[in-house]
Write a protein that binds this ligand. Structure first.
Ligand SMILES: *[C@@H]1O[C@H](CO)[C@@H](O)[C@H](O)[C@H]1NC(C)=O
Ligand SMILES: *[C@@H]1O[C@H](CO)[C@@H](O)[C@H](O)[C@H]1NC(C)=O
Ligand SMILES: *[C@@H]1O[C@H](CO)[C@@H](O)[C@H](O)[C@H]1NC(C)=O
Ligand SMILES: *[C@@H]1O[C@H](CO)[C@@H](O)[C@H](O)[C@H]1NC(C)=O
Length: 531
């Protein structure tokens, strides 16, 4: 009886929730972007929304056969798993092992080639959705209320436009903040807003401000050459009219930026940009029994958690041995996520795992430090739990992320290609034994938690807000409608300049006229006197 009652209540509860639930279409993503998105989607399902995720037939991280609480909309892509894996491996290998030994020109050429290759894959994925009639038909018939996308994976904006539904974007940041600045109109004065991936902080001397200005300019030129030109062509072909992809992205109703002032430096904001860094963070859960035993065996020394992220499973044998002998010299027990061959120098205090419950470990009271590649997800988990970090950044935004954490006094960085056993060991000892790192990590944690609502609740609120109001156009600045010279008031300045020049001209003319009159009458007078 009691059971039946609770089932009844449960059904009623579900029905009540479902009645105001919306239909959300989620654009595909990959790797840490997908890992980051999942907890938000689960929360949306908890709140009675129907969440449908577009999943490509080839993906390293998305799997439409995996059981989950949201629905999948699988689509075919003409890319093999091996090709995709190879591209990722080539990119990672370039950043990890090659880039440090190249000159800037070689870096530029190699990077350009990699991006070009990557772009072809991007279009093949996009083909699978927008060029597939059955898929587009299904999406149209789905009557979705909103499309949610990470704009690093192109095409969400185009699809939202074709379906005529509101668009919410979520991203950490783009290279040089290109998307946020150029498409979202987010102001970024180069004098105090360091470009993302520039490795600068908000305190810049003259030469740093100069390099920041040049960095923004270089990124804009690169993005135009590598990305926008081709994407504009693709979008124009699909829509049948000349289309600017950046303008289409600018139509997004809300931008959920996955940073916050615990991690980023304060900057000017716009009403439709919400800063929800740490959107995926959760309280720690208990560890598996065997792992808990190992952690407890560390005694007062505590443990060190070590992961190079979801993309890097192994390192070269030489590097692995070097790292293992550094870890062997620590008094702590070390849990290392590593899928490569067991290094010969592995100490008895270190255990290797194919996978670790990273968040649960970082939230464990025995955790003293986190050795990380500096991915944004891991950094946010460390901030959430107040754990000081040692960074071994490798690619993408990672070096820049670690610059932020170092500037805030919560981390020490070592260089992957130039670190030694001693420098890695000393860095870990430093963040553990010098109290300032733990204190700063705890301060960031406090900033992270002390706000009106959690980042995930805030993200959910703005997604629901956009569905309730069928968009959020009233939050968009008029800057989207202006040309570049109107934006910087150059036309007004030119007008004022002309008026000024005119006034000066008139003044000059009248002065010289008066002067002539005066002079001539003076001459007149003197002449008469003489006469
Ligand atoms: C996808 O998930 C299913 C079910 O969990 C599993 O059997 C399959 O091996 C997975 N596929 C890939 C490519 O990981
Ligand atoms: C990318 O696609 C274009 C056009 O389809 C082709 O000409 C080019 O060779 C491709 N590039 C790579 C690196 O595969
Ligand atoms: C990592 O492992 C893969 C296969 O498991 C191998 O192909 C690759 O060479 C390894 N990477 C390094 C740097 O050793
Ligand atoms: C601890 O670290 C801070 C910041 O790097 C440094 O200023 C301070 O001198 C260090 N203290 C000791 C005792 O090493």
């Amino acid at each position: 009886m009691e059971l039946r009652l609770s089932v009844c209540v449960l059904l009623l509860f579900c029905a009540a929730e479902n009645s105001n639930g919306g239909k959300i279409l989620v654009w595909y993503s990959e790797a840490s972007h997908w890992i980051n998105m999942k907890p938000l989607l689960e929360t949306l399902v908890d709140r009675g929304h129907q969440v449908t995720v577009l999943v490509p037939s080839t993906s390293l991280f998305m799997n439409s056969s995996e059981p989950s609480r949201f629905q999948y909309e699988p689509f075919d892509v003409d890319v093999s798993f091996e090709d995709l894996e190879k591209i990722f491996e080539t990119i990672i290998h370039f950043f990890m092992y090659e880039m440090d030994f190249m000159n800037p020109f070689e870096i530029y050429v190699t990077f350009y080639d990699l991006m070009k290759n990557n772009k072809n894959i991007t279009f093949k994925f996009l083909d699978g959705v927008v060029k597939s009639e059955p898929i587009m038909k299904k999406l149209k018939e789905g009557n979705y209320d909103l499309l949610f996308a990470d704009p690093i994976y192109s095409g969400g904006d185009l699809t939202a436009d074709i379906l005529g539904i509101p668009l919410v974007l979520s991203l950490c940041f783009s290279l040089g903040n290109n998307l946020e600045r150029m498409c979202g109109q987010l102001p970024a004065p180069p004098s105090f807003v360091p470009g993302a991936a520039s490795k600068l902080t908000d305190k810049m001397d003259f030469s740093e401000r100069l390099s920041n200005v040049l960095f923004y300019a270089l990124q804009d030129v690169m993005m135009e050459q590598i990305l926008w030109k081709e994407i504009d062509k693709y979008y124009s072909e699909i829509r049948g009219t000349p289309t600017s992809a950046c303008e289409l992205m600018g139509k997004a109703d809300i931008w959920l930026m996955r940073t916050y002032w615990d991690f980023d430096f304060p900057r000017p904001l716009l009403p439709n940009f919400k800063f929800v860094g740490g959107i995926h963070c959760k309280p720690a859960k208990p560890l598996p029994e065997e792992m808990e035993e190992f952690v407890q065996s560390s005694g007062d020394a505590g443990i060190v958690v070590f992961s190079l992220g979801s993309m890097v499973k192994n390192v070269s044998t030489e590097k692995a041995n070097m790292i293992a002998s550094a870890l062997a010299q620590l008094p702590q027990k070390v849990l290392w996520r590593y899928s490569g061959q067991k290094p010969e120098t592995l100490g008895s205090n270190t255990r290797l795992y194919n996978w670790i419950p990273q968040n649960d470990l970082l939230g464990h009271p025995k955790t003293k430090a986190f050795i990380t590649h500096g991915g944004a997800n891991g950094i946010y988990e460390a901030i959430y739990h107040g754990v000081p970090m040692v960074g071994i950044p490798m690619f993408g935004d990672q070096p820049d992320n670690m610059v932020h954490m170092e500037a805030k006094g919560a981390a020490v960085t070592v260089k992957f290609n130039f670190m030694t056993t001693e420098s890695l060991r000393d860095a870990v000892n430093m963040v553990i034994n010098n109290k300032s790192y733990k204190e700063n990590a705890m301060r960031l944690s406090k900033i992270h938690h002390d706000r009106p609502m959690s980042p995930r609740d805030e993200a959910v609120f703005w997604i629901e807000f956009t569905m309730r109001n069928k968009g959020a156009k009233h939050l968009k600045v008029q800057a989207h409608e202006l040309t570049w010279y109107q934006y910087h008031s150059l036309d007004v300045l030119a007008f004022l300049l002309i008026i000024d020049l005119l006034l000066i001209f008139i003044l000059f003319k009248s002065c010289s006229f008066c002067f002539k009159r005066c002079c001539s009458s003076y001459r007149h007078v003197t002449k008469r006197k003489i006469n």
